[in-house]
Design a protein around this ligand. Sequence first.
Ligand code: URP
Ligand code: ZN
Ligand code: ZN
Length: 493
Amino acid sequence: MDGFDLVVRGGTLATAAEVFEADIGIRDGRIAALGHGLGRGREEISAKGMIVTPGGLDSHCHLEEMGQDGSLHEESFASGSAAALAGGTTAFICFLPQWKGHSLAASAPGYEARAARSRADYSFHQIITDPTPEVMQKEVPALVARGIRSLKVFLTYDPLRLTDAEFLEVLAAAKRLGAFVTVHCENFDAIGWRIQALLKAGLTDPLQHAWSRPPVVEREATHRAIALAELVDQPIQVFHVSCEEAAAEIARAKGRGLKVWGETCPQYFTLDHDDLTGADFAGAKAVCSPALREKGENARIWRRIQDGTLDVVTSDHCGFSFATQKRVAGGSAYGTGAAVQRPDGTPAFNAIPNGVPGIETRLPVLFSEGVSKGRIDLPTFVRLSSANAAALFGLTGRKGSLAPGADADLVLWDPDAERVIRNAALHHAIDYTPWEGMVVKGWPSVTIRRGEVAVRDGEVLAQPGSGRFLARGPYALARPRGVVPDGFDAALA
Ligand code: URP
Ligand code: ZN
Ligand code: ZN
């Protein structure tokens, strides 16, 4: 047999199941062998003293999204993927938009061509905002046939949200097609009602974003989403869980044997209401939905990570800069209600674009707060950062694995490296990070994507356009359980 293209030698390997010492031999972009004393490669990298994990898979990030209202995420695929790779993420799944009243084909034209500029491997979830028969019976099947096998629905946000009847249509279509459904769970009407009352009372600061959507609105929608998915018998993942109340609904569903999974993000286990305050409108930087919670909630989210209720940690990266978007009154698909401008020109809380940038910091923050602080072990880190997302989205065997045959996506972590997170040193195009000044222990020193060194010591070597689209075929996890009320399957009738 020929030699290896690359050998990563002498590292401590961490997989979803175990930690062990081995060399990794790479050929043609794939892992070819694991073992001790492997033969020489054309290129060799010493991983002595390093922890080697599979490359991160960020299954929830927003890049270069264009809203129907003209809003635009400033993060391009070239900059966002550079940031992803620098933070140890070698593949991500972002979102094909659908504009209400438009077909999928007519929404956000050119999006897939822009995505082809990515330096990391990528796939898409299709957002469904308008599940007309034409969309669900013609366009979605064609999409699934192209390997885009997951749909995202929103139960809130004016321009995006689905009614329960529409959500049921999406669940039923997904079931028929073997697609997976992800859900943003917040109660639209309850939030709108609270927003109106807060604005009437003259309460317009960024902190009131959290007051407009307290945990109960997330808990109610999580419960409802799970109940409707059970009715249809369709597997779902609840996106960006921010609080114990919603997590408890997922735990209960899992306990009942339903195919329900939970996702959270670093903002929900590191930030809180304090981050929504601060001079000069700084709280806008931390506005995201679901909202940050009160002090104490971080610890409860950690407990739900530890007990396996929350399966995946994603970034939910959003490309809204502070100076040009968050601080400026205006519309955004990710705001709720009419934009109200305050006397100083800043927007009322409900018009601040929702979402925080975190595609580069996701894994260093998880590694530091999780592994370095002893909250989780290395296999759990691997499951949360890549392996579970690979299983949920049909990429097992290719991503999130160090087994022979998998794509050679690796991260060499220096577990002792201490860094202070500074926006100036990050690779994204956004003018702030909510983790500015945070001290982290553990940093990716080399990122390898399909056998090529993509980042070394912070320098991004992978070129725009070198990422590959990941088409996803049928997979077991997305299959229904085969249990419907009264034995009558309304989705197939
Ligand atoms: O605040 C958030 N999460 N913005 C991004 C859109 C979404 O809800 O995922
Ligand atoms: Zn969402
Ligand atoms: Zn999102």
